[in-house]
Design a binder for this molecule. Structure first.
Ligand SMILES: O=C(O)c1ccccc1NCC(=O)[C@H](O)[C@H](O)COP(=O)(O)O
Length: 261
């Protein structure tokens, strides 16, 4: 989808690298773990549905976390995560497809492949339960959503404004993430989810993405209609010498108590 607003240099660099990355040779056939079942289990248990992200680093992170991704993912699940997101982008986020495979073998919750996919064959690099498709970066969104579903993936279509939301709905997306991070300045504003989510039909599963750090943020996004939250930095805590990823996750999945901040 074309957009007139500029991208941050870091994002231009991410896209340049993505254009060069090869795809797989053969279309994958995935037997996915249904995200809707995982959401239902969380709600039944009284856990806020959180997709916790294994994100070793990023252009906006305070540093790089070198911990074993499998141990991180297991700690996130122990903290109540509904699903795990794994960055597979190697150049700017320290991820890899191999990491995703190891994590998916180790946990029993759905695993999202978080990457910057531009072409259909890039879907065929690694199996996952969900796959991120960023509306802004894809020329034919409907074709990529269909190609992902044909392989068995549950596509999560990411949008940042009303025009991208309209494109996602036209592409028949039923799982939509509203990214609070603006890709022009890389700033986060939780108000983005609040304004864009107002136009989303009820039958769409809606994810609030980026910039969610505190139980108060969780409650704010839930009050605005988020069925689930995608959280990376606040759980990984890149700036800390050691992070208690399990406690960081639990703090958000159990954040229904008003007194907490
Ligand atoms: O996280 C970044 O620095 C970033 C920079 C440029 C493009 C994308 C970026 N992040 C991708 C994501 O969508 C986030 O990893 C995800 O939504 C979690 O966000 P957060 O909880 O703020 O780490």
């Amino acid at each position: 989808m074309n957009s007139s607003t500029a991208l941050a240099p870091e994002v231009e660099s991410i896209l340049a690298a993505a254009r060069e990355r090869p795809g797989g040779d053969t279309p994958l056939e995935v037997a996915p773990r249904p995200f809707s079942d995982a959401l239902e289990r969380a709600e039944t248990d009284g856990r806020v549905p959180v997709i916790a992200e294994v994100k070793p680093t990023s252009p906006t992170a305070d540093g790089t976390r070198e911990d074993d991704p499998v141990e991180l993912a297991e700690a996130m699940v122990a903290g109540g995560a509904t699903a795990i997101s794994v960055l597979t982008e190697p150049t700017h986020f320290g991820g890899s497809p191999e990491t995703l495979t190891r994590v998916r073998e180790a946990v029993d919750v759905p695993v999202l492949r978080k990457d910057f996919l531009l072409r259909e064959e890039q879907l065929d690099v690694v199996e996952a339960d969900l796959v991120l498709v960023i509306a802004r970066f894809v020329d034919n969104l409907a074709d990529l959503v269909t190609a992902a579903r044909d392989r068995g993936f549950q596509p999560l279509v990411e949008v940042h404004d009303e025009a991208e939301l309209e494109a996602a709905l036209e592409a028949d997306a039923d799982l939509i993430g509203v990214n609070n991070r603006d890709l022009a300045r890389l700033e986060v504003d939780l108000g983005t989810f609040e304004s864009v989510s107002a136009d989303v039909p009820d039958d769409v599963t809606l994810i609030a993405e980026s910039g969610i750090s505190t139980p108060a943020d969780v409650r704010r996004m839930r009050a605005a209609g988020a069925d689930a939250l995608l959280v990376g930095s606040a759980i990984m805590d890149h700036g800390a010498e050691e992070a208690d990823v399990e406690a960081n996750t639990r703090r958000l999945t159990r954040s229904t108590v008003e007194e907490e901040t």
